[in-house]
Design a protein around this ligand. Structure first.
Ligand code: SF4
Length: 247
């Protein structure tokens, strides 16, 4: 469990690690690069690099954190990976229910497994449930998310690698947009991001612009810090309104 540089959360909790690629957004997966680096450094748990693995020894980590914290669950994997046993997922959600002082942000590209898991289970009140969309062909994930009863539903559009066109954001509380990072990063056209921001404003959905990534708003490739996080001259860091979770 770690504090993190991810701008829209406070800490990460990875009760499983490793993954496999599902769509174009996975091409330059940050978790894969990190996993291979950790494997090369001999870090425990990463002996098989990016191969999916559950880590039961990390299951109860949030219970030892007294300070209310926003956790991004599985920054190094996809919680709804095909190899994740539902029995282990049940244990993860038991920990979530037993720690109502925290909020848990869960993001997946595997919307069908997400749907199947919650068919006969409830989403705990302190869970923010999200799907990733990276271009127009993956927008259907939002429709699956919309039909799952969660206190906060969010969409991460990162890396944004193509125009998403019209977005139906009905029942969606939060949209995050970001460009890709890394040497092989694909550029994000400003108009794609502006299109999403305008639709969020029109549909009254909180909008968070995370970063440009490796390619700046001016189309120049440089350090992502230099490219910054201003869109149309403005910093967008809106967050959804959190309602109190009963203990
Ligand atoms: S789903 Fe996420 S963690 Fe898994 S390969 Fe794709 S980008 Fe990486």
């Amino acid at each position: 469990m770690k504090t993190t540089k991810i701008e829209w959360t406070e800490a990460t909790w990875n009760p499983s690690i490793g993954c496999s690629k599902v769509t174009a957004g996975c091409k330059n997966c940050y978790a894969e690069v990190m996993a291979k680096r950790l494997q090369a450094m001999g870090t425990a748990g990463y002996e098989n690099g990016f191969e999916f693995k559950i880590l039961p020894e990390r299951l109860y980590q949030p219970m030892y954190v007294k300070k209310p914290t926003k956790f991004f669950v599985n920054s190094m994997s996809d919680l709804f990976h095909e190899k994740m046993p539902f029995e282990f997922l049940d244990k993860i959600f038991e920990v979530i229910v037993d720690t109502p002082q925290h909020h848990y942000q869960i993001l997946t590209k595997r919307e069908l497994i997400l749907q199947e898991y919650f068919l006969e289970r409830s989403v705990p009140a302190n869970v923010w449930l999200g799907v990733t969309v990276e271009h127009e062909q993956t927008k259907h994930r939002i429709d699956v998310l919309r039909n799952i009863d969660a206190s906060i539903r969010f969409v991460s559009i990162e890396p944004l690698i193509g125009d998403v066109g019209f977005l139906n954001l009905d029942e969606i509380h939060w949209v995050i947009v970001g460009g890709e990072s890394g040497v092989c990063a694909r550029p994000m056209e400003p108009q794609w991001a502006i299109n999403i921001q305008q639709q969020c404003t029109e549909q009254k959905v909180a909008f968070f612009f995370k970063q440009w990534g490796t390619w700046g708003e001016d189309g120049v490739k440089r350090n992502k810090k230099e490219n910054g996080c201003f869109l149309s001259g403005k910093e967008w860091k809106e967050e959804p309104i959190i309602e109190e979770v009963a203990g």
